[in-house]
Write a protein that binds this ligand. Structure first.
Ligand SMILES: [Zn+2]
Length: 183
């Protein structure tokens, strides 16, 4: 899925904080957005492996969420939402396609690397590729609760993210074909 979709999912996770502890909404949102996007920075390295940790982020997120619950503060909540969003991102890449400039043509089956067992997890392709129409609509659905609950900078970020998602989705195939020539 698109990094923006993951960002919207990460932010949606933090609407719970915004609803019950509004004074911590901003650090929670910042952690959720950053954690949702962070793993995809490995697109410059070995994509879906270098910064994707489906297991380790999850193992880190569980105690971090517990700690933030008993000792809520900007740092504990921000760290917890960052790790949780990065874990959900890494695990949810399984439902997408395979990392490639032209994933709709790729015969490869792998989705995301599972470091603990040293192997790639299989792509289920429920979302066929990043920037597919279903990817855009999935992201928009996750963005909705944040548009309602957040205001100011966070809401503006969501709107900009939706615009980026839309443009990327509309041009995903030509972008992919150009990128494939450089691979
Ligand atoms: Zn990813």
């Amino acid at each position: 899925m698109m990094a923006t979709t993951h960002g919207f999912v990460g932010l949606a996770l933090t609407t719970v904080v915004a609803a019950f502890a509004p004074e911590l909404a901003v650090p929670a949102a910042a952690g959720g957005i950053a954690g949702g996007i962070f793993p995809d920075l490995d697109v410059a390295a070995e994509h879906r492996r270098t910064l994707h940790f489906p297991g380790y982020y999850t193992i880190g997120a569980l105690p971090a969420v517990g700690f933030a619950t008993v000792a809520p503060g900007p740092v504990t909540v921000g760290v917890a939402t960052f790790l949780l969003a990065a874990a959900v991102h890494s695990v949810s890449d399984i439902i997408g396609g395979t990392p490639s400039a032209v994933p709709w043509e790729s015969e490869r089956e792998h989705a995301v690397y599972f470091h603990a067992s040293g192997r790639w997890l299989r792509a289920k392709r429920w979302v066929r590729y990043d920037g597919a129409p279903e990817d855009f609509f999935l992201g928009a659905a996750f963005a909705l609760p944040s548009l309602v609950l957040f205001e100011g900078t966070i809401r503006r970020l969501v709107l900009v993210g939706l615009g980026v998602s839309l443009v990327y989705s509309l041009f995903r195939r030509p972008i992919g074909r150009i990128a494939a020539r450089w691979e």
